[in-house]
Every structure is written in structure tokens, then in C-alpha cells.
Design a protein around this ligand. Structure first.
Ligand SMILES: Cc1ncc(COP(=O)(O)O)c(C=O)c1O
Length: 401
């Protein structure tokens, strides 16, 4: 089937929720994607921070195939070996003690919100339901996660939203302090606002938030759906904030290299908020997803991927700073590890991504001015050279126009 036919069928039968790019990838190898017409691209989108180990990672493919031939799914009514093993790996590599598995980032966030409210209900009684989140945040599209998302453009037309959410400016501790009331149960933050434009949280702010939460008996939820699974150079981004110990952490995206999975992790005490009947998921933590996640974590933790993210991420940052100094079209470069935002001087991020694609590089934009680079965590320095070379050529050409 050619690209024209694929586009026509999508437009006829699929709900119109995405402004899709006229391209249909059909195969992936490492950091490369090949489309239906046989054109190859260097993939610095990675399914929006999902294909963490790259396309077709042999250990991940082998684990999925083996598991598919043994048992795809079984209900959480039974014990699931892979789920128990996956929870153990996550717990042993974090400050959290227990894990609830689901299928997406939004579901992980829903679980986090429910757990925080339920924990407050058990420990403090009814009425402690307020959750404070940041303006510019993104937490997902289900109604609770959507309400938690501090961006009005995503809310429009979906009201009434879920009651009990308050938004405060990001990186502003006094605004957060003022927003805390006797009804607050939790603060939820991303450590790098991804969809909001790749804005990292200041270490001083995060330390202050953590202090404030302890002082007022509030839970600190860190949404690591995008920053987790090695994206920033440590398994979790919170591990780069000295002394930070969140009460709840959400994960999804890169956790199973592309097989849908989400996780809501919590401390032993907080996890007591859930008991049988209070939360559940039919598919969550099924054998297939857990096999893919176990293989992904094996690669990330044992095959040098975290060191690679630190090394190649620093190289990418250095090359982009050189580009900024030389090309003139770049206002700011932000991010950590392999989660990088390039803020352009003009509002032409979409045009830059299109021009890059025409030259064989896939990147994406968040907002009108910011390019986002979230490549597979296995990329190497020559991939960075190629990507920055294409981006540089595109920016210089656009400046001439
Ligand atoms: C920080 C964060 N939380 C939650 C989500 C929602 O994840 P999903 O699209 O898997 O529901 C996203 C998605 O971009 C995200 O970046």
C-alpha cells in the first residue's frame, strides 16, 4: 500500500485527533526509520520519547517474541511472574517501594492522583483532596490527568473538569506556598516540562517544594512519564536532584521500548492508600508488556545506556551551543541528557521540522518556537553530528529567505 492510500484511509476511517505528517513509517532499525516509500530518516523523535532502546533492539524483540509464544495476557486476578520481577527492578533502582501497573502515562497519573487522595482520606479524613500542579505542565488527556494539566488550551470544551486542582507558576516557590490550603493533599510536578516546552525545574525550587511538602504533610508526586527510564542520564530524573525523595512517581513512555505500559510507584506508607477494590486495570502489567519492560530495563541498566545518555547528551548540547553561536536563529537551548529543547528566535518551529524531514531528520516541535529532540537512548556521536548538520543547514537556509 502506498503513502497516498494510507493517508486516504486514515482520513476516512480514523478519528481526527492528530494533524498528521504525510509520512508512514513501516520499519525501524536502531535510530533509523524507513517509510512506506523506502526513504530512511534519522529518528530524533523516537515515538515522542518512547523507543528508548531504539527500533528493533534484539533483546527486546527476543523477549517479546518469546513471551508472545508463551502467554500474552492473564488477568491480575492471578500472580504474574514478569510483573513481580519488573516491580522488583523498579523498586531496587529507586526510592519507592511498590508499583501499580497500567497502560499509559495518563493512567499512571490518574493512579497517582487517586492514590494521593485516598492516602489523605485514610490518614487525615475526608476533604483533603486538593492537588497543586504547575502552569505549563502536561499530565495526559484522560479527564483527571487533563484537569491536572496546567494549560487552558487543553481544557477548552471539556468542562466541567474534575474539582480540586490548583495551578501555580512553575519554578516559583512562593506562589506554591501561597496556594497550599488545609485541603491540599499533594503537589504534582514534572522535573522537565516536556510538552510545555522543555523547561527544567531549578534545583533550588525542587528542594523548596520538597521541604514545603514535608512541612505541610503533603505528598510530592513527580511525573516521570517523559523524563523517566533513563531519558536524562539516570533511570529517574529525580535522582539528579540532591536528596529528593518523592512519595509517588509516574512512568510510561520509554519503559517498554514501545509496548504500552504505565507505572505508578509509591513509598510503602503511601501505597497503603490502595487496597483490593480501590483501583485496577485489566491489561495493566500483563505478561507481554512486562517482558518488554524487563528487557528494556536490562538494556538500559546493564548495557551502558545511562552512561551513553550522559556522554552523547553532553555532546549534543555542546554541538547545539556551537550551532547557536554560529547560526544565530537560536534563542536558547534547554534540557538534560537526551531530552533537549531548542527555542528559536522566530515562531517557525513547525517549518523547521518540515524542512529537517525533507533532509532526512525527524524532530518535533512543542509550541510555535521550540524544537524538541528526544532520540532513542542508543544514539551515538556520529548521529548527533548528522542531526546537527541537517538542522544547521535548515536554519541557515531559512535565515537567507
Ligand atoms: C509528563 C507527561 N505525563 C503524562 C503524559 C501522558 O502520557 P500518555 O500519552 O501515555 O497518556 C505525557 C505525555 O506526553 C507526559 O509527557
Amino acid at each position: 500500500m502506498g503513502i497516498g492510500e494510507i493517508i486516504a484511509m486514515t482520513e476516512k476511517y480514523v478519528m481526527n485527533t492528530y494533524s498528521r505528517i504525510p509520512m508512514a513509517p513501516v520499519k525501524g532499525v536502531g535510530a533509523r526509520l524507513i517509510d512506506a516509500e523506502g526513504t530512511e530518516y534519522l529518528d530524533f523523535v523516537a515515538g515522542i520519547a518512547v523507543n528508548s532502546t531504539g527500533h528493533g533492539q534484539p533483546k527486546v524483540v527476543e523477549a517479546i517474541c518469546r513471551q508472545a509464544s508463551e502467554l500474552l495476557h492473564v488477568s491480575n486476578l492471578y500472580h504474574i511472574k514478569g510483573q513481580a520481577e519488573l516491580a522488583q527492578v523498579l523498586v531496587e533502582n529507586s526510592c519507592l517501594d511498590r508499583v501499580f501497573f497500567c497502560n499509559s502515562g495518563a493512567e499512571a497519573v490518574e493512579a497517582a492522583i487517586k492514590l494521593a487522595r485516598r492516602y489523605a482520606y485514610i490518614t487525615k479524613g475526608a476533604g483533603h483532596s486538593q492537588v497543586i500542579t504547575a502552569l505549563g505542565s502536561f499530565h495526559g488527556r484522560t479527564l483527571g490527568a487533563l484537569t491536572a494539566t496546567g494549560q487552558a488550551k487543553y481544557h477548552e470544551g471539556f468542562e466541567p473538569l474534575v474539582p480540586g486542582f490548583t495551578y501555580v507558576p512553575f519554578n516559583d516557590l512562593s506562589a506554591l506556598e501561597e496556594a497550599v490550603t488545609g485541603k491540599t493533599c499533594a503537589v504534582m510536578l514534572e522535573l522537565i516540562q516536556g510538552e510545555g516546552g522543555v523547561y527544567p525545574a531549578d534545583p533550588g525550587y525542587v528542594a523548596g517544594v520538597s521541604r514545603l511538602c514535608k512541612q505541610h504533610g503533603l505528598l510530592l508526586i513527580i511525573d516521570e512519564v517523559q523524563t523517566g527510564t533513563g531519558r536524562t542520564g539516570t533511570l529517574f530524573a529525580y535522582q539528579q536532584y540532591e536528596g529528593l525523595k518523592p512519595d509517588i512517581v509516574t512512568l510510561a513512555k520509554g519503559l517498554a521500548s514501545g509496548v504500552p505500559i504505565g507505572a505508578c510507584m509509591a513509598t510503602e506508607a503511601v501505597s497503603k492508600g490502595f487496597e483490593p477494590g480501590k483501583h485496577a486495570s485489566t491489561f495493566g502489567g500483563n505478561p507481554l508488556a512486562c517482558a518488554a519492560a524487563l528487557a528494556t530495563l536490562d538494556v538500559i541498566l546493564n548495557d551502558g545506556i545511562l552512561d551513553n545518555v550522559k556522554k552523547v547528551g553532553a555532546y549534543l548540547m555542546q554541538k547545539l551551543q556551537e550551532l547557536k553561536a554560529e547560526a544565530g536563529a537560536v534563542a536558547e537551548i534547554r534540557g538534560r541528557g537526551l531530552m533537549v529543547g531548542i527555542e528559536l528566535i522566530g515562531a517557525n518551529a513547525a517549518a523547521v521540522t518540515t524542512a529537517c524531514r525533507g533532509r532526512g531528520l525527524l524532530i518535533n516541535s512543542v509550541g510555535e518556537k521550540t524544537l524538541r529532540l528526544v532520540p532513542p537512548l542508543i544514539i551515538q556521536e556520529p548521529d548527533v553530528d548528522e542531526a546537527v548538520d541537517i538542522l544547521g543547514r535548515v536554519l541557515r537556509e531559512m535565515q537567507k529567505q
